[in-house]
Ligand binder design. Structure first.
Ligand SMILES: Cc1ncc(COP(=O)(O)O)c(C=O)c1O
Length: 432
């Protein structure tokens, strides 16, 4: 059976973010429970990256499965133009109740990239609807926002898109003053980024529709963290210039940073927020782009040319909405933010130990995310050394995927304290 799955996989499948080669040998997963995945041979793996950052309460959570099942018994899907349904309305209402107060209109789609495209398109059309041509974006060096064309343009500096260089729109970028414990001279790096912001706004403000960023922590570029005081200063400059602020919280949303949203750490709130990944608890694809009412109202009434003519077949899929509602309910029932706090304390304690290794630098953590750089391997994404390390982790029952030479740990919130300590112990042994 395993052999057949693997040979058919080789014959029929093209995997994402994967170097095609005859040596490619993916793990065949046959079940999952709580914080563990089980392969077809029965070997268990701690899911220390939450299945690409989507899973939050753990795998096989009965409350979420029940909600999905109950919705399936009613109806599985219906178009969302001219029709609506309770799961979508309830979810929108619930999201609005937990997001920053100004965000109150929800546009559903299917994944993080579409959530970002929608935010960017709405930002451009917002200005167009009031007769202004503003179609440029500012983003932060290293930011990643997904793999569709708009998202690639604002995530260009993440380094994944060289072949598309000539067809991607050119945007403006400001530097990211990365912070970690013991970092010297952070004020200087922040001052430079603030000056860059001022320059871009002064010179090109009239052409800029919006600024988009992963607030506080950049995921794909290596779990890089900046200081909230700095970010508030940058955001104020955009706010004062009337530039729309978009937060891409596709990775940071739903407790990852220790608060429900990274926006909750900041004084200046976004006009648009993008949510996906763990919105459904990690069970089904769903995304939401949520808007300030003033942006929504600008599209209200009038001619069809003013409307946002954009939609996806599975917009607001009711089964996915039911899953999201069950996930949000678990936050209340299980006091999930308290669980995250415990994880965060273990991260701090274990990182302290890890930071003593000479091969380790830039130790950093926020909420349920911990990261450090491992200087014995290449900094390039997908290097041979990082593949070897990834394999070693798997052999030891740990699903970890280094980003360049950054090793990060982002478990589902259900992980038991002892399990997390044991995982750290194994990591320390493997790093040598
Ligand atoms: C911050 C951020 N935005 C957008 C995306 C794209 O999401 P998706 O993979 O669901 O298209 C990702 C994916 O990793 C992400 O981390």
């Amino acid at each position: 059976m395993k052999k057949k799955i693997k040979s058919d996989d080789k014959k029929y499948i093209w995997h994402p973010f994967t170097k095609l080669s005859n040596d490619y040998d993916p793990l065949v997963i046959s079940s999952a429970k709580d914080d563990k995945l089980v392969d077809i041979d029965g070997k268990e793996y701690f899911d220390l990256i939450s299945s690409w950052w989507v899973n939050i309460h753990g795998h096989g959570k009965k409350e979420i499965i029940k909600a999905i099942d109950e919705q399936l018994q009613k109806f599985e899907h219906v178009l969302f133009t001219d029709f609506t349904h309770k799961p979508a309305v309830d979810l929108a209402k619930e999201l609005v109740s937990i997001l920053p107060k100004n965000l109150s209109r929800v546009f559903f789609s299917d994944n993080g990239s579409t959530a970002v495209e929608i935010a960017m398109k709405i930002a451009i059309q917002y200005w167009s609807n009031i007769g202004e041509k503003k179609n440029k974006f500012v983003s932060i060096i290293g930011g990643y926002h997904g793999d569709t064309f708009g998202a690639m343009s604002v995530g260009y500096s993440s380094g994944f898109y060289k072949p598309f260089e000539d067809v991607i729109q050119k945007q403006f970028f400001i530097s990211f003053p990365e912070y970690w414990s013991g970092k010297n001279d952070i004020e200087r790096a922040e001052k430079i980024a603030l000056e860059e912001t001022e320059k871009i706004i002064d010179k090109n403000g009239k052409r800029i529709a919006a600024v988009i960023m992963e607030p506080i922590i950049q995921g794909a570029s290596g779990m890089k963290i900046c200081r909230t005081e700095f970010l508030d200063k940058v955001l104020k400059k955009f706010k004062d210039s009337g530039i729309i602020i978009i937060f891409d919280e596709v990775m940071t949303g739903f407790g990852r940073t220790g608060k429900m949203f990274a926006a909750d750490y900041l004084k200046i709130k976004p006009d648009i927020i993008c949510l996906a990944k763990s919105l459904t608890g990690g069970y089904l694809p769903l995304a939401a782009t949520v808007f300030d009412k003033k942006i929504h109202d600008n599209f209200f009434g009038g001619d069809i040319s003013k409307a946002f003519l954009h939609g996806h077949s599975y917009t607001a899929n009711p089964v996915a909405c039911a899953s999201a509602l069950a996930s949000l309910d678990l936050f209340k029932k299980e006091n999930t933010l308290k669980k995250i706090k415990k994880i965060s304390l273990i991260h701090k304690e274990c990182l302290e130990k890890i930071s003593k290794k000479t091969s380790v630098s830039k130790v950093r953590t926020i909420g349920s995310i911990a990261a450090f750089d491992y200087n014995k391997i290449d900094t390039k994404y997908g290097s041979k050394e990082s593949d070897i390390l990834k394999k070693k982790f798997l052999e030891n029952g740990l699903l970890l995927r280094p980003l360049g030479n950054t090793i990060y740990i982002m478990p589902p919130y259900c992980i038991e304290e002892n399990s997390l300590y044991n995982c750290y112990q194994k990591i320390i042994e493997i790093l040598g």
